[in-house]
Design a protein around this ligand. Structure first.
Ligand SMILES: [Zn+2]
Length: 465
């Protein structure tokens, strides 16, 4: 039962229900879980390992609720730098059709390395194409080496172009194959216990790439095993038009028609929703993965986060796939969420309003979305805050960095308002993944070299070496 004592932080942010911050706080960790939280003087004085965080801010590990790790291979692709969602997808599908198992492996490690260096300790990924023998197993094996927790979503596409869907027929699968593989993955990997490092999620890709029948069958299978459901929804206006024309419903009522409103479901984006649909999410307990950078990058729009939170909808943050961000920095995503929420207020007359009830999203609210919000969305009660009994997942920022100079009146707000860089320490389940801003579990230089080689081959359409 190894122990870790973390001590002397400038401030420990618990993110507990009382939103307590502990000056001079620390943690006593045993066997991957937090045993004690409090001022350093009240903690045991020795442990198998001691981390002195003098001069550092100590925060709960960030939780990323939406990503496509493989897209780190297709960032900033010239042909789609300025495209909208549907054109972006149609151009990228044929490139992604060349992905191999080795590409899935290397891109998973790249994305998780970036996430870890940005303070993230748990990430959900959505892998929805499996060309050339690729499997979700490739991602899970790669993630295991990094030391982060993952919610690996078994994505799928079954509605090809010939049936009125968006993706080419070459990247869609039969429903029988998708469901059999989903069941195999749940039975092989899903861990429902506290402290789980791998959970499986069933995630048909979107209304425009999957049949209603597969949506229904996936929901039934997920509920049989108690795993969560995830998909893209209401991301853009052309998706809304597609749903109206193809199914006769707006996206949210369409989801209701295929048994997809429930507390075991979370949707990525959910930008185009009516007030009634916000209420429906709240009433059914659905979660939302808010992906502000991606929504700005593809000019999709701005999700109504304020309305979601007011209605009691669970909201987490997602960096989204790296072809539409084009990065995996979770703390930067929290900052982006705070800033775009403010931009939205500006668009509706904030500067002219003297209404004191109109509030801007605060730094702490943005941080809460990135921690507790994400944990709620993923259905985890063992992560997202620093409290006794929870997983020992945290990160620390050196406040003496140039980035924070002049902002130490409020170190917690500084983490969000100032330009985020690398986390100094990231620890998952009591184990170091980042130490002094360097990856512990991976060789960064080698990873970048292999990744760039794979990206070049993928873009140029060369055969696998
Ligand atoms: Zn996505």
């Amino acid at each position: 039962m190894p122990t870790l004592l973390v001590k002397n932080s400038v401030c420990l942010v618990t993110m507990d229900d009382r939103q307590r911050d502990v000056a001079g706080g620390g943690l006593f960790i045993r066997d991957g879980f937090i045993e004690q939280v409090g001022p350093t003087g009240e903690l045991p004085q020795t442990a198998d390992e001691v981390l002195d965080l003098s001069g550092h801010l100590l925060l709960p590990g960030l939780v990323n609720t939406h990503h496509h790790f493989y897209q780190t291979l297709t960032r900033a692709v010239p042909a789609v730098q300025d495209a909208n969602l549907f054109n972006w997808l149609k151009t990228l599908y044929p490139i992604w059709a060349r992905l191999t198992p080795a590409d899935i492996f290397i891109s998973t490690q790249t994305a998780l390395a970036e996430l870890a260096l940005s303070g993230c300790t748990t990430a959900s990924d959505h892998l929805y194409l499996f060309p050339n023998g690729s499997r979700l197993d490739d991602e899970i094996a790669a993630a295991k080496e990094t030391g982060l927790r993952i919610h690996a979503s078994r994505g799928s596409m079954s509605l090809g172009e010939s049936q009125g869907g968006l993706p080419p027929d070459s990247v869609v699968d039969t429903e029988a194959k998708i469901l059999a593989d989903s069941q195999r993955l749940i039975e092989t990997y899903h861990d429902p216990h506290p402290g789980a490092f791998v959970q499986i999620v069933l995630a048909p890709c979107s209304p425009f790439s999957v049949t209603g029948e597969l949506m229904k069958q996936s929901a039934a299978l997920a509920r049989q095993y108690g795993v969560h459901l995830h998909t893209h929804l209401a991301e853009t206006e052309d998706e809304e038009q597609f749903c109206l024309q193809k199914f006769g419903y707006r996206p949210v009522p369409y989801m209701q028609s295929v048994d997809w409103l429930g507390q075991d479901v979370w949707f990525a984006h959910a930008v185009y929703v009516s007030n009634e649909e916000v209420k429906a999410f709240a009433g059914h307990g659905c979660g939302v993965a808010h992906c502000p950078t991606s929504n700005m990058r593809l000019a999709s729009g701005i999700a109504p986060v304020k309305e979601y939170l007011a209605a009691g909808v669970k909201v987490g943050l997602g960096v989204d796939g790296s072809a539409s961000n084009d990065g995996s920095h979770m703390l930067a995503e929290a900052r982006q969420a705070m800033l775009v929420a403010r931009a939205k207020e500006g668009l509706t007359g904030f500067s002219l309003s003297n209404d004191p009830s109109r509030k801007l999203m605060t730094a702490r609210e943005a941080l809460r979305l990135a921690t507790r919000g994400g944990a709620d969305v993923l259905g985890r009660t063992d992560i997202g805050s620093l409290e006794p009994g929870k997983c020992a997942d945290f990160f620390a920022l050196d406040l003496n960095r140039l980035d924070y100079a002049g902002a130490l009146h409020d170190p917690v707000a500084a983490a969000l308002f100032c330009q985020p860089g690398r986390a100094d320490y990231t620890v998952v389940g009591g184990k170091f993944v980042v130490r002094e801003s360097r990856l512990v579990t991976l060789d960064e230089r080698k990873l970048v070299e292999q990744h760039n080689k794979a990206a070049k081959r993928l873009l140029n359409g060369l055969p696998v070496a």
